[in-house]
Design a protein around this ligand. Sequence first.
Ligand code: UTP
Length: 466
Amino acid sequence: MTQPIEQLRERFAAFGQDHVFRFWDALAPEDRQALAQQAASIDLEALRRAYERTRQLVAPGQRRLEPAPVEPLPSRGGNRQRRTEAWEQGNSLLSEGRVAAFVVAGGQGTRLGFDGPKGLFPIGPTSDRSLFELQAQKLRGARRRWNVPIPWYVMTSAATDAPTRSFFATHDHFGLPAEDVFFVRQSTVPSLDFEGRLLLESPGRIVESPNGHGGAFSALADSGALADMRRRGVDTISYYQVDNPLAPLLDPLFLGLHALTGAEMSAKVVRKLDPMEKVGVVAQVDGRIGVVEYTEIDDEHRHLRDADGELVYWAGSIALHGIATAFAERVAADAESLLPYHASAKKIPAIDATGRMLSPSTPNGYKLERFLFDALPAAAASAVLEVEREEEYAPVKNAEGPDSPATARRALDDLARRWLAAAGLEVPRDVWVELDHAQIDGEQDLRALGLHNLSHEAIRLVPREG
Ligand code: UTP
């Protein structure tokens, strides 16, 4: 039996949230039912704790920061022998079928402003193939290379679930067996005004948004994805974000280093372009590896340079992680304490007390989000690997300017050119080049193909305009 409405309202009143029923009398019966159902699903106690905690987060200056130990690029002193060992170890893990790919694609993509989930965004420089299709190509290539089924877990949210599933279905899972694609829907969490009060998006609906990429741990556990991994003998999750078309989905070097280190959660980093670049920094925080958000690092540490003039906190996190499934289970069970909600002030469309829709031009409340990287300090060990930005990171965040579709397409084109050049094939400057990543996903595939010119079905060239 559902809770009687009077009880529900009393509970909301006790938390100072009874205004959400302000329009109750005017609601149609089905809208009342929907509101009562939504309200009953909200854990007000947890929400209050989350709100209070967001106001008490430790000030950055109070934490002891030190640079994290990083396995650097060979050109910066990286240990070649260790890399070779890691590479071999990673290849074994992959060919034993112990690794799953996991993409988080539940974000609302507000900055990009695309009408649909970001994974559907057409990113191919010549083909307009979507981000999801590009990733599926890479997975098809990986399945062939390691000769195993590689499960793909795709995290969606209320905002992206239905269109994502139907996109996959319409495209026949991009040539992947449907039984190896597993959708994981993350939860939502209510947004709050600056006083911690719930907001209404309509007279019968409370504003909620996806609970952040840190919602991934609970989503993996609650959906049965972790159990599915266990059944398949998967013990390592290769995590990436849907909006980074350069992300290598399954990097043997990184996965192998993660395993050699006995790591529970690992991270890839690139050199920050400049101290102000808006990426989190991987560092030791009070003696534990973690990510310090760019908004949470103080100026002294942000700008600190060593005797050679290099940034001390240069290790920018690019949201590529290796995660042990057993660790994911532990974090999911303890999410409440390990993954605090972070509040970010946002413009949240909501109705006022008279029922009028407000489209605020300045932030009017907080969206609450959990961050995946907040789990890092709970890991018994972590490997941190430096990689080349040009090879692994070109996110699609904004409609224009930096980190936009234009910069990501250029990065894809540049990477394809570099791979082809390493195989002795020069691509003229007046064309765009795009590779079918199911066939060519790196220099090793080109070497194996032994091409003498650019005419191969996996290499697509299209004249540049203008
Ligand atoms: P961002 O933090 O860049 O957010 O997400 P976003 O939703 O893509 O874009 P904005 O901030 O609204 O403009 C980084 C990655 O985390 C995923 C996103 O889908 C993206 O892959 N994400 C984010 C989730 O899966 N769930 C969330 O609740 C938030």
